[in-house]
Design a protein around this ligand. Sequence first.
Ligand SMILES: Cc1cc2nc3c(=O)[nH]c(=O)nc-3n(C[C@H](O)[C@H](O)[C@H](O)COP(=O)(O)OP(=O)(O)OC[C@H]3O[C@@H](n4cnc5c(N)ncnc54)[C@H](O)[C@@H]3O)c2cc1C
Length: 465
Amino acid sequence: MAVRHYDSLVIGSGPGGEGAAMMLAKNGGKICLVEKYGEIGGGCTHWGTIPSKSLRQAVQQIADYRNDPLLRRVVGPVDIAYPDLLKAADAVIAQQTGMRERFYYRNNVDVVTGHARFVDEHTIEVETARGASERYSADHFVIASGSRPYHPSDVDFEHPRVHDSDSILRLDFSPRSITIYGAGVVGCEYASIFANFGLKVNLVNVRKQLLAFLDDEITDALGYHLRNQGVVIRNDEEYDRVEALDDGVVLHCRSGKRMKSDVLLWANGRTGNSQDMGLEALGLVIDHRGQIGISEHYQTSKPHIYAVGDVVGPPSLASASYDQGRFAATHILHGTAGSMLLSHIPTGIYTKPEISSLGPTEYELTEQRVPYEVGRAMFRSIARAQITGNTVGMVKLLFHTESLAILGIHCFGEQACEIIHIGQAIMSQPGDGNTLKYFAETTFNYPTMAEAYRVAALNGLNRVF
Ligand SMILES: Cc1cc2nc3c(=O)[nH]c(=O)nc-3n(C[C@H](O)[C@H](O)[C@H](O)COP(=O)(O)OP(=O)(O)OC[C@H]3O[C@@H](n4cnc5c(N)ncnc54)[C@H](O)[C@@H]3O)c2cc1C
């Protein structure tokens, strides 16, 4: 079998693979990208970030309409079926896929469709959907094969009422109630989407607290607002069994609680896509979650094989995966890479209210005995928020009491995932450039949400002087 040779070969066309392939190609390498799904873009484009955020936007539009007395009076009630809402993502997915195909074409990256499997440490075999296979060799490899929802063996995911975060995007009827098992980021986002769409939602959390990695004030706000939207949150529960029936699904918990709803969304954990790739035979380290062991430079135990993105575990974000891909590519090209890109990755959570945070929480700073103060701006006191009617939310700045350097930013409310980046720009400045004073001494457009930073900075400075 003829073997085509490349400088680098990337497996997977999600953000991790794209970040790596583009950087390697732009630096003159002969690059091949292998993707087993029929279209490029990865889980991010086809069954993760993009479709879930498009669904969220469609649901929000309907909720805004339903809450607008003027529109309701003029146009009447609106009743849209869930499968129709899902179509909102189609146009975005087509745009994203088309745009990425052009990137690869323009940068002379060869895109091969099929399942990649290592046959030796420098050669892979790609098996197409029709069963044909071809071999490719390369000096370096980047594995960016993503992850999939974890399926416990005692839950029947073939049942039409039992879903994971992939199949819920193919649900072909409109449920009136849903139980979501697992209250991580994906579980909370879907709880918010379905509650906003008008479903009865049970959110079953296997932990004591929602999203415990966030600042307490933000977690409290999330719990309050989800409950306010009608979500029933059950903390510290564990399932005993799932009973899937013709007319609904019953989740039996170890505590004795039983919850019946039209559908069940299982959102508890993910598994790395490392299976059936010939990795064990190469001696790569893979844990029980399917995650590949890597060094601080994203190298596996074979230094010419890198792994990035969801397949290496947290933070499991599209944003971080892309940067990890670029980091690995830089390391391949230069034998070294700065860690700047990978430190201080913000968290973006698209619940309603939206949440974003960067840097340590109050709890972490207290534990580390860092002297800090807090500056807050509540959105209800910001003119722009009053005008748009989005008065739920807050920007909270944690800063060093002596140097005034910003240490952490915790934000919730409309556009929180955008608003965080204003503070990030200052927080990432070296030395004296990172100072709370920037926000107190800078003129902001008025009315804007950016003004919240000025209000928070003044609030914080008043506490230290
Ligand atoms: C519901 C949901 C919502 C999310 N929302 C957000 C969000 O709002 N913001 C955010 O930053 N992140 C979000 N994420 C996470 C984000 O989607 C992932 O972190 C990101 O897609 C990981 O990128 P990746 O490149 O590692 O893998 P993926 O995007 O999953 O791509 C991996 C690709 O590799 C291919 N592949 C796998 N094995 C092989 C093989 N052997 N041969 C060839 N190809 C292979 C797969 O077909 C896939 O196309 C969300 C995830 C989910 C599930």
